[in-house]
Design a protein around this ligand. Structure first.
Ligand SMILES: *Cc1c(COP(=O)(O)O)cnc(C)c1O
Length: 378
């Protein structure tokens, strides 16, 4: 079976982790600092804080800017709302509920599988505290257009909701030549087991200012400033409560081991995707997603829209090719029943979308076999 996902682990990871396990220090320490330095270089931004997973990162970002830890604006409605997409992992959306905020679904653009920005613009109200967007498969949301929508909302309502980009699929993606996380918003990357860069579990939150990043480093560990030099680890004061969301030296070491090879692996995802873009164009019953200039996808996934999906899935399984929807639309769960909304764009894609193997483990022969199987029909 050609797998849809594979864990990417560098050969020297076990040896490097072994050294840390024997070192007497496995908590948050020098390896976390070193990993953060390397991430600053890679992402091209200096304001960041690692965390123990992207879900924690999203929770922390929402807490700081839209939930209990926010600076409230005068005259703000008591109930806060977050605009978000239902086409994603539950990890994107449950932190909204955990922060006591209401979910308001924004429809999906069938061409990109990202949020429909027209629908998003219509749904911004004085109750909107934050906007969460997902770069599906790594294909960047049109961030310039999003910025101008927010400029207009600010002119109309007198405030600007914070934008949080879920970059869990998007290690290696660029928008106008720059890595995601450099466009004035908060951006959260995941280093979960099957993501392009893994630390076992982990994540990083990128902030637009150093002030926010510094506050996040305190709140990720109970509200205690760990930079206070040695001595008894008793905080003189905790002015604001925090969480236990920090990364430890074991996970940071796995990240340090995997970082040198990640970009070459992502390049292979992109190369395989470019091959499918050519080979699958015009196949009857199959639609490809958009590729626009200035928006380079990491191609963590390769998602297509197919007619008769059950037959497609059966045909692929027969040919030894793993395929999946990957994420179930989140609006079907009863926990979010009160946020129910009409989402015609999402309805159009939900029954047809499916992802096919595209990763670094897919060989030239594999991808030829996959493309041929699809071209032969189902
Ligand atoms: C993997 C994933 C997450 C969650 O990441 P964790 O590090 O496992 O918390 C969030 N959003 C999306 C879209 C994901 O695919």
């Amino acid at each position: 079976m050609i797998p849809l996902f594979k864990v990417a682990m560098a050969e020297d990871a076990p040896h490097m982790v072994g050294d840390i396990l024997a070192s007497g220090w496995i908590g948050q320490g020098p390896r976390v600092e070193e990993f953060e330095d390397r991430l600053r270089e890679r992402l091209g931004t200096s304001h960041l804080a690692t965390v123990n997973c992207a879900t924690s990162g999203l929770h922390l970002a929402l807490h700081m800017t839209a939930g209990a830890g926010r600076a409230a604006r005068p005259g703000e409605p008591p109930e806060g709302e977050v605009l978000t997409t239902a086409l994603t992992c539950t990890a994107t959306n449950w932190p909204i509920l955990a922060n006591g905020l209401r979910i308001r679904w924004v429809d999906v653009d069938p061409a990109t599988l990202n949020v429909n920005l027209d629908d998003l613009a219509r749904k911004i109200t004085p109750a909107t505290r934050a906007i969460v967007v997902v770069h599906w498969a790594g294909y960047p949301v049109d961030l310039d257009r999003l910025r101008s929508i927010l400029d207009a909302a600010e002119a109309r309502h007198g405030f600007r909701p914070v934008v949080i980009e879920d970059c869990a699929h998007a290690w290696g993606s660029t928008y106008r030549g720059e890595r995601l996380g450099n466009h004035g918003n908060i951006a959260v990357y995941s280093f979960q087991a099957i993501k392009s860069l893994t630390t076992g579990d982990g994540g990083v939150v990128v902030f637009p200012t150093e002030e926010l990043a510094e506050r996040a480093k305190i709140l990720r560990w109970y509200g205690i400033d760990r930079r206070v030099p040695e001595g008894p680890r008793l905080a003189a004061d905790i002015p604001e409560y925090g969480f236990k969301f920090h990364m430890n030296d074991i996970n940071a070491t796995i990240g340090l081991a995997n970082l040198p090879s990640v970009d070459a692996r992502v390049a292979r995802h992109q190369e395989n995707a470019a091959c499918y873009d050519r080979e699958l164009k015009g196949v009857p019953g199959l639609e490809l997603t958009e590729r626009a200039r200035g928006r380079q996808s990491s191609c963590w996934l390769y998602t297509v829209l197919v007619e008769r999906r059950p037959e497609f899935e059966a045909r692929m399984a027969e040919q030894g090719i793993a395929v999946s929807q990957v994420h179930q639309r989140n609006d079907v769960y009863s926990v979010v029943a009160e946020s129910h909304a009409r989402l015609p764009g999402l309805d159009r894609v939900a029954e047809r979308m499916v992802s096919i193997p595209v990763g670094w483990w897919v060989s030239d022969d594999d991808r030829e076999h996959i493309a041929e199987t699809i071209r032969d029909g189902w």
